[in-house]
Each structure stands twice: as C-alpha cells, then as structure tokens.
Design a protein around this ligand. Structure first.
Ligand code: SF4
Length: 407
C-alpha cells in the first residue's frame, strides 16, 4: 500500500477525483498496467475477447504504438506518482508485434510510469506466431514472463477450436520459450468438442512434462456472440467435464502445483502477480483498444473502458479522447464487484481486504456473509474469508448472494 496522496499529485484531474465521495479508502491498492493488443491472424470460434481478424498478421504497428503512447500520456494524471508493480500485454495476439515494436512499447511505459525494479512483465503469445529470434529479443526488451496460448496439444482438437497452430508447433513454441524465459504459463482448455477424459489427461500430462512454472486450465464455455454460440459443437457432458476437473485438481497437486484460483495453478512462489492483483480488487490502468481500467481515489473508484474497435481507438487517441465510458461504482454495486473477483481465490482473502479496497466497512455485507455461511458456501474467522469446496463448485451462486441485500 502507498500513502493516499502520492507525492506530486497536483494535477487538476487528480484533484477533481480526490473530492469527497461515498467511499473512504484507507490507502490506494497496488497498481498494475494492462496493455491490449487487438488483432489476431484469425478469429477463433469460441472467442469473445476484443480481437479483430487480420489475415497475415499485417497490422498498423507504428500508428498503434503512437496511439498507446498518447493514451498513456493522457491517463498519467490519474495515476500520478504511483508505482506500477506488474504489466500485462494481452490480446488478441501481442506476439504479432515486431521485436522493435515491443521494445518501443516497453521503453514508452518505462519513460512514463515508475515501474518497480522487480516488476512482473507478462506478454501473451500464440504458438502460431512464434519466431525464435523474436522471443530472444522480447526477453532482452524486458518481458520476464510469457503466457503461451497452447489450448491443446492434440491437432484434431486444435483444428476444432479454429486455432492456426498444430500440436507440434505448440511443443516447438514451448521449447523455444524455455531457452529464453524461466517464468512461463501455459494456457490449456478442457471439455473440448469431442474430447474424452483420456485425451484431456494426455494434454495435461504433456503440459506438465515441460516443467513450466504456471498452468491456466480453462473449462471451454460457449460465450454469447461467438460463432460457437450460434453453431454449438458437441461438447462432453457435465459428468465427463466434472471428472476432468477433479482429475486435473488431483494431478496438478501431485505434480507440486498450488491451485490458487478457479483456473490457475502455480508452482510455489510463481503465482501470477498481475492476475492476483485483479482478484484482490487492486487497481489497473488499461490502455489499448477496448481495454478496461479500475482506479481508486480517496473517496471513489473509477471504472473506464476505451473505444473497442482498433480504428476508432486510434482515431480517438489522436483526438486525445481514448476513453469511451467511465462510471463510478457505488456502495450498491461494489460488494458484488469485489466478491466476483476475490471469491475466485481458493484460499480466500484477508477479511480486512474488503474495507481496504472498497472503502466500505465489512458490516455492509454482514447479512450476505452470514447467509452464505449458513448455506455452507463460505467460511470465515476473524482473519480470513474463504469459499468452501461447495462454494467453489457453486461459485456463481455464491457470488450472486452479494448482488443485493437479500439474505
Ligand atoms: S487467438 Fe486468442 S484472442 Fe485471438 S481469436 Fe483466438 S482466442 Fe481470441
């Protein structure tokens, strides 16, 4: 935590947001930076992210980097003087950026923001866009954690997911990455179209065989407004999917991984600092097309969203107005927003965190906490609030209990 009024916080913008409001934050939470890169070679049929198809990966790199810098410059008064402890460059497919482009992006970030010396700097990469040389240079530019979107090692399942890479390319990508990075996450999905339990197990065993520091294992879901939502593929039934989930929990534990969030598994000391900051309801400045941000001030919390379409976003940055929407969640919605994140943590969170990061006293949600406890979904002592195994299994139900005042 840092003092509530950072040194040098003199801008009019910041002063305006520091006026009296409905909340009383004792201090500002840690600050992260998210940078969105909105293009992919091909749009995957299950994807609901802000990613735009750019066949051949031919992107307006310089113009986009100029836009990101302008976006960051206009946002500076909102975070003046606050150290940034993690950076995440996500997408889309950030590995479509040239090595020189990534170097420029990180130089701009360093020039404008006080990055902590040991800041975790993650970039997402897709196996289909891997080039050995480029990855060495990304590392040299300061990327110190790589998150590789493997999804599966089975070429048939990858084809069903519309991915541009095959299983061999995924293996090769990890081999190359391991020459340059010692902190690597592999993204995998399970309950894929036509996938058996044995095939899921084979994918996870292959991933474990690489000995990386982190695994993100996601249950494939059909999201609205995707191709799969319109034309649903045949997915494993609920029982098979539950068997996969149970096996994953056991197997990763046996392999020495800590299951610390719904889909996240880490070797000791290798949890994703950036994602942990989201789940602990920390602050993040989000720049780039469609990026979301959450910033705290002494008496209010501000949520922002940038223009979504890359073309519009770049034009808006050039006009000095990259933010499309901003709102201030109040005492009516903050408990749910907090719990939506914090209850994802399997070990729960310190009970003081609610007040620290929402500025609301814990008794605001006493009735909901009691009700969740009575239903066996949550347990707590004077130090910690955590979802029970039942609460983890019925997480949506648990989170929804904090939507209103019903108990
Ligand atoms: S590569 Fe990732 S971001 Fe791009 S379309 Fe596929 S799932 Fe979405």
């Amino acid at each position: 935590m840092i003092p509530i009024v950072p040194a040098g916080a003199t801008s009019g913008v910041r002063a305006a947001f520091s006026e009296p409001g409905q909340l009383n934050l004792p201090a500002l939470p840690p600050l992260s930076l998210y940078v969105h890169f909105p293009w992919c070679v091909r749009k995957c049929p299950y994807c609901d992210f802000n990613s735009h198809e750019q066949p051949g990966g031919d992107i307006p790199e310089q113009r986009y980097l100029d836009a990101l810098r302008a976006d960051l410059e206009q946002a500076l008064p909102m975070v003046w003087g606050r150290p940034v402890h993690t950076v995440f460059i996500g997408g889309g497919t950030p590995s479509l950026l040239s090595a020189a482009g990534m170097d420029r992006l990180l130089s701009d970030v360093r020039a404008l923001l006080p990055l902590e010396a040991d800041a975790e700097i993650t970039m997402e990469a897709n196996p289909g866009t891997f080039e050995a040389e480029r990855f060495r240079e990304y590392r040299t530019s300061g990327i110190n954690r790589l998150s590789i979107g493997v999804q599966s090692f089975n070429s048939q399942h990858l084809a069903a997911l519309g991915r541009i890479h095959g299983g061999d390319e995924a293996r090769r990508a990890i081999d190359i990455a391991q020459c340059h990075f010692d902190n690597i996450n592999l993204d995998l999905m399970y309950a894929l179209p036509g996938q058996s339990l044995a095939e899921c197990q084979a994918d996870v065993e292959t991933a474990l065989g690489f000995g990386t520091t982190h695994l993100s294992l996601y249950h494939l879901t059909l999201e609205p407004n995707t191709y799969f939502a319109k034309f649903p593929p045949a997915l494993p039934d609920d029982d098979t999917a539950a068997d996969m989930q149970d096996w994953i929990a056991e197997r990763t534990r046996a392999a020495g991984f800590e299951h610390y969030e719904v889909s996240a598994y880490a070797r000791p000391g290798r949890r994703s600092k950036h994602n942990l900051n989201y789940w602990r309801f920390g602050d993040y400045l989000g720049i780039g097309a469609g990026a979301h941000g959450k910033l705290s001030f002494p008496h209010r919390i501000l949520r922002e969203a940038r223009y979504k379409h890359p073309q519009t976003y770049m034009e808006q940055c050039e006009a000095g107005q990259p933010v499309q929407d901003s709102r201030e969640p109040g005492p009516d919605t903050l408990p749910f927003e907090f719990m939506l994140n914090a209850l994802r943590l399997t070990e729960g969170f310190p009970s003081t965190l609610f007040y620290d990061h929402t500025g609301l006293p814990l008794h605001t949600i006493e009735a909901q906490l009691d009700a969740a406890e009575r239903k066996g979904l949550l347990e707590r002592d004077h130090l910690t609030i955590r979802p029970t195994p039942l609460g983890q299994r019925f997480l949506n139900d648990l989170q929804e209990m904090f939507l209103g005042n019903d108990s």
